[in-house]
Design a protein around this ligand. Structure first.
Ligand SMILES: *[C@@H]1O[C@H](CO)[C@@H](O)[C@H](O)[C@H]1NC(C)=O
Ligand SMILES: *[C@@H]1O[C@H](CO)[C@@H](O)[C@H](O)[C@H]1NC(C)=O
Ligand SMILES: *[C@@H]1O[C@H](CO)[C@@H](O)[C@H](O)[C@H]1NC(C)=O
Ligand SMILES: *[C@@H]1O[C@H](CO)[C@@H](O)[C@H](O)[C@H]1NC(C)=O
Ligand SMILES: *[C@@H]1O[C@H](CO)[C@@H](O)[C@H](O)[C@H]1NC(C)=O
Length: 517
């Protein structure tokens, strides 16, 4: 899917007046490692996003009547937090047993840790003065949206870990000729193709800075290699008002070479140093273990924590249009007063098919996609083991027929996936009914989404994820897909728990050879 090119590294230093613009780019859309390991993350600005995105929780408690929140965006949270509600739910104790068991031994962090992290991130990305900051210009790869998001995370982390005034600026000037790229149609006057088309990532605009904009344009039209590597960026001083153009993919950094590292205060690794800084601002621990356990926690858990904070933050920074679509989808699943018709806890089922065959371990082995009944078997075995039922299920898939089969297997429906909602003994099924669920299948794969539909298809995709982040309590996904990993991060963030194995408190990955790394 990703084009790979020469890996020539060449540095060019521009001294422009008294600015030092390090603008070395590398033409390198090297293939994403099939097994992506560089995972750092950010957080979610909860309070603030709740204020902006949500009407006040409308709950009246008296002795007998608890009127639940009418806003779908806080409904699940309400169920988690409010014992008055949850204790009355016959499904609560089973779900609770499951949750407690799965989070045992996993890393948790509190709201202060998260707030500090987000605060730091926003300080870098929304500086009081953009001209003064050093810019780290970064172009996405020609790959799927969440693959681009996951690769942006280490870049954001690098800027934060550098500990100086560094701002990551998404640029897409060099991403040309990618007609088959599924992700970008282009945005802004320049029809530029980068993650800024979907997320409000920074207040600094490259177009507003003639000097740096000029340097970038010169770079894009020259034959010079593009971009410095990450080590180069980390190990050299950066200059106020300057710019580093980062090549887009380097697999080694900031991933430690050895997994067997203790999380000690004297670690010199930037990520661990940063973790040790962040955790000072709140509390962290390991469920079911003594205080010392956090000093030896698996480093992948820390990565997951960072990553899930970043993923959720990005989703909060998505566009008003995406949030509007989410509201539209959920309106169908509410009564006329807006009160949700679904019940917590919500299970998300994610099925990735269409053109995933080359990366799907099941497909590679059996030359076909997994039968969706496998997902349902996993679901049922949780339910049997912990003695509860998921009353509501959110479906997300690039395959309309997979969604249809799931609904059929769950509820015996042959019409629309959600057509049995409200019937006795049926699960309440939700999905993005506002879009053409068969588009990708019909066109033959993500890369073939017609140009003019790309942007809207991505907005709908993000809207489903936005809903999942708000309502989902658990998920059964495929970690071989960035989408599956992203969903796990979102739910992990919601529970503020980090886990890297394929079975954890936010997700079960149906791929047996994949962990979340
Ligand atoms: C921003 O920083 C630049 C460079 O240091 C400075 O010239 C400019 O006056 C600053 N702008 C504001 C609004 O402080
Ligand atoms: C972008 O995000 C920042 C920080 O969250 C916020 O202050 C700003 O208003 C947002 N801008 C837009 C256009 O949404
Ligand atoms: C941290 O410092 C202690 C004492 O100097 C040393 O024994 C230990 O090996 C160091 N740990 C790391 C990871 O460097
Ligand atoms: C999927 O599983 C169901 C139920 O076990 C079965 O009826 C169906 O034939 C299976 N489909 C495939 C393609 O294996
Ligand atoms: C769990 O919820 C479902 C759907 O609301 C309900 O039918 C079922 O009875 C509940 N399970 C238990 C153990 O009460």
């Amino acid at each position: 899917m990703e084009s790979s090119n020469a890996k020539n590294i060449l540095l060019a230093l521009f001294v422009v007046t008294n600015l030092l613009v390090v603008a070395t780019l590398m033409i390198d859309f090297s293939p994403i490692l099939a097994k992506y390991r560089n995972y750092p993350g950010v957080n979610e600005a909860k309070q603030e996003s709740f204020q902006s995105a949500v009407t006040p929780v409308d709950r009246v408690e008296d002795k007998e009547n608890i009127v639940e929140s009418v806003d779908w965006r806080v409904y699940a949270l309400d169920w988690w937090k409010n014992e008055m509600l949850s204790s009355k739910d016959p499904n609560w104790s089973g779900r609770q047993r499951m949750h407690d068991e799965l989070k045992h031994g996993k890393l948790w962090y509190d709201e202060s840790v998260e707030n500090y992290f987000i605060h730091k991130l926003e300080e870098h990305q929304f500086p009081s003065n953009c001209s003064r900051n050093h810019w780290l210009a970064y172009q996405p790869m020609a790959s799927g949206l969440l693959s681009c998001v996951h690769v942006l995370h280490p870049v954001l982390m690098m800027a934060m870990m550098k500990g100086e005034e560094n701002t990551v600026i998404p640029v897409g000037y060099f991403l040309d000729g990618e007609r088959t790229n599924p992700t970008y149609f282009g945005c802004g006057e320049l029809r530029d193709r980068h993650l800024g088309c979907f997320f409000n990532l920074t207040s600094c605009r490259i177009e507003d800075d003639e000097m740096r904009y000029g340097a970038l344009i010169r770079k894009s039209t020259s034959n010079q290699p593009r971009g410095v590597n990450w080590d180069y960026f980390m190990n050299r001083p950066t200059y106020p008002g300057g710019m580093t153009v980062l090549r887009n993919w380097v697999p080694v950094w900031p991933r430690p070479l050895d997994d067997d590292v203790r999380i000690q205060k004297n670690s010199t690794k930037p990520k661990l140093l940063f973790w040790n800084e962040v955790r000072k601002h709140g509390s962290v621990g390991v469920y079911g273990m003594g205080e010392a356990a956090v000093e030896t926690v698996w480093e992948d858990y820390i990565e997951f924590a960072f990553t899930s904070m970043l993923s959720s933050w990005m989703l909060r920074q998505t566009t008003a249009r995406v949030k509007e679509i989410a509201n539209q989808i959920m309106a169908k699943y509410s009564d006329s007063t807006g009160r949700p018709l679904w019940k917590a806890p919500v299970l998300t089922l994610h099925v990735r098919q269409t053109d995933k065959s080359l990366e799907d371990p099941f497909f590679k082995k059996y030359k076909r996609y997994r039968n969706v009944t496998d997902y349902i078997k996993e679901m049922e075995s949780f339910e049997t083991k912990y003695k509860f039922e998921w009353p509501s299920i959110f479906l997300i898939s690039d395959s309309g027929s997979a969604m249809q089969s799931l609904a059929e297997a769950l509820n015996g429906v042959t019409g629309l996936p959600d057509s049995a909602n409200g019937e006795e003994g049926k699960r309440f099924i939700m999905y993005d009914w506002t879009d053409d669920k068969d588009l990708i299948e019909r066109t033959g794969g993500h890369n073939y989404i017609p140009e003019e539909k790309k942007h809207s298809a991505q907005e709908h995709f993000l809207a489903s994820l936005y809903i999942i982040e708000r309502i989902s309590d658990y998920s059964i996904v495929a970690y071989s897909s960035n989408v599956g990993r992203f969903i796990s991060e979102l739910i992990g963030y919601r529970h503020r728990v980090a886990c890297a194995e394929r079975l954890g408190p936010s997700a079960l990955s149906i791929d047996d050879c994949w962990t979340h790394d």
